[in-house]
Design a protein around this ligand. Structure first.
Ligand SMILES: [Mn+2]
Length: 571
């Protein structure tokens, strides 16, 4: 442990004998082997399993998913009988890509298929009674949910009553009971034999379509790998195991042949790099698709993603770019509002181990994003509510890894109208007057389960690094650990005894750029959004310090440079 300016540093452990053995075995740089060991890949087999993904090792057969064969047989029957099939998706990137994937797979088979995505404000999350009623009136006989449905108890009952076969495909945690549907495919349900669980909604839909195409003896349309990639990265599911395989595969495909949609989104975000990484998708591409569902109707997103008409794709693409800019502005406004409440002590961060705030003016589409930012800033669970005109509070929660929000909401379910999600991100609704009771109950749970150090920002350092080791070989070895994301972050290295050679520079009043020196080498480091470091550096010039950094490639006028992105300093 080391105390950095912002984080508590968890230092890497060091096993020279084992590192040396693996360095020789794989011809990898020292820091990269140390990273692998620190992440639990401690044997040759484990390293190999992680570094070299393969279809045989990483991908299991879709028939292992409980109910998948039953669902696929029913879909084939519907196609053969020309029954109407409705895909019921969701308004985020996972829900949009899942719906697009289903359309992309079912249309070429001659299915009479259409899709419905709820409007976040008008319809709310998930399959509703209204959707089932409308589907029945329009003579749909099969409904397939994607990325939702595992808690659609009432709609499932109604579908059954109206003679509609409901096939639920979802990746959210089931409650104690399952909805009474024709088929339920969710790797987390009890009795599901599928070895890998951590798919996004689009991953579950993809497996069902793989099984369908296998039954029909046909190869899947190429486009599905792009959709699977986008949904998986955007939904922030772990990029390990089978997800890691498909994200690698998808990146390879999109970087070999760029689709119309991705070209437009890249232009919007001014991404100048020749190929996209998972991080680029998470930061620059997915937020544009998400902006649609946050602020407007998500339905255009499906047409955009699978579109083949250049003018139309460009038109929607422009809208996406503009909406995303608008989203950034609104997000900033909500964040400022909450910060104001904190300054005015309406939310007391000295005493409260959870931040709960509500307003009629905050759009439900952006409160989840702001909640994430607040967790990043204050390191404790956060719930933000949008209050509707009829006195209902609709909330988004984000939590720290040490506090399982889904379980907590389950414990206070007597206060709630609805809830669902995962341990670190969940949604809920309740009557406004119940917010104080909710807060009291959650505070009691948090104070019981969470230790004071859980409320401190932590940074796990993967390996020691020296400036002479920071070369192109290291960079190419780092790439072997790609794609980065949830549960496989970009490596964070420990630089020891480096000193600043000159005064740091503050860029755009937020980012700190400095030049460091050690072992006869000079390198630039940039700390994003850490203006408070200016004073600390200015008072400690020439004094050796430790830095936690990531190694990045920087493209400037078509030239590639190796740089450091600083995460924290310890003086
Ligand atoms: Mn999802």
């Amino acid at each position: 442990m080391k105390f950095g300016v912002k984080y508590l540093w968890k230092l890497p452990t060091y096993n020279p004998a084992l590192i040396e053995k693996l360095v020789l075995r794989y011809n990898l740089s020292f820091p990269i082997v140390q990273t692998l060991l620190n992440r639990g890949y401690e044997t040759e087999e484990a390293c190999e399993q992680f570094l070299f993904t393969s279809l045989e090792k990483d991908v299991a057969h879709p028939a292992l998913l409980k109910d998948s064969l039953k669902a696929v047989e029913r879909i084939i029957q519907a196609i053969n009988n020309q029954e109407k099939i409705l895909i019921a998706g969701d308004y985020d990137v996972d829900g949009i890509t899942s719906s697009a994937l289903m359309m992309q797979c079912l249309l070429p088979l001659g299915a009479r298929v259409n899709f419905f995505l709820p409007n976040r404000v008008k319809d709310g999350y998930g399959l509703s009674i209204k959707t089932i009623e409308k589907a029945a009136t329009s003579k749909y006989t099969v409904i397939i949910t994607v990325d939702n449905g595992i808690t659609a108890f009432e709609p499932a009952r109604l579908a059954k009553k109206l003679g509609i076969d409901l096939i639920i495909t979802d990746h959210h945690r089931p409650h104690d009971e399952l909805p009474e549907a024709f088929a339920v495919i969710d790797p987390y349900q009890t009795g599901c034999a599928y070895p890998y669980k951590k798919f996004a909604g689009v991953g579950v839909g993809f497996k069902i379509m793989s099984l369908l195409y296998e039954r029909l003896g046909m190869p899947l349309p190429d486009k599905v790998y792009e959709l699977l990639l986008l949904g998986t990265v955007a939904d922030v599911v772990p990029l390990t195991g089978e997800n890691r395989y498909w994200v690698r595969h998808g990146l390879h495909k999109i970087n070999a042949t760029e689709s119309l949609a991705l070209r437009v989104l890249k232009e919007n975000a001014r991404v100048a790099k020749p190929s996209l990484s998972s991080t680029d998708i998470g930061f620059f591409i997915a937020p544009q698709i998400n902006a649609l569902g946050r602020l407007e109707d998500p339905r255009q997103g499906v047409a955009f993603l699978i579109g083949t008409i250049s003018d139309e794709t460009e038109r929607i693409g422009k809208v996406l770019g503009q909406l995303n800019e608008a989203r950034k502005g609104i997000e900033k406004k909500v964040l400022t509002d909450v910060e104001q409440q904190i300054t005015e002590k309406k939310v007391d961060i000295e005493t409260d181990t959870i931040i709960i705030a509500a307003s009629q003016h905050w759009p439900s589409g952006v409160i989840g994003l702001v909640a994430s930012r607040l967790v990043g800033r204050y390191c404790r669970p956060v719930i933000l509510f949008h209050i509707t005109s009829d006195g209902i509070a609709k909330g988004s929660c984000r939590s720290i890894p040490e506090f399982n929000m889904f379980n907590a909401l389950h414990e206070v379910r007597h206060l709630l109208l609805s809830f669902g999600g995962h341990s670190v991100a969940a949604g809920l609704s309740l009557k406004v007057e119940h917010i104080p009771a909710l807060k009291e109950h959650l505070l009691a749970l948090i104070n019981k389960q969470v230790k004071p150090e859980d409320l401190r920002h932590k940074l796990t350092l993967d390996a020691h690094l020296t400036l002479p080791e920071t070369n192109t070989k290291l960079l190419s070895d780092i790439n072997l650990l790609e794609p980065f994301g949830c549960e496989n972050p970009q490596p964070c290295f420990l630089l020891e005894r480096v000193s600043l050679v000159e005064k740091p520079v503050l860029l755009k009043e937020a980012h700190v750029k400095c030049t460091i020196f050690a072992d006869g080498i000079i390198k630039p480091v940039i700390f994003f959004n850490r203006p408070e470091l200016m004073g600390i550096f200015e008072n400690n010039i020439h004094k050796p310090c430790a830095m936690a950094v990531q190694v990045t490639e920087n493209y400037w006028r078509d030239k590639k440079n190796i740089e450091f992105t600083g995460l924290d300093v310890c003086i």
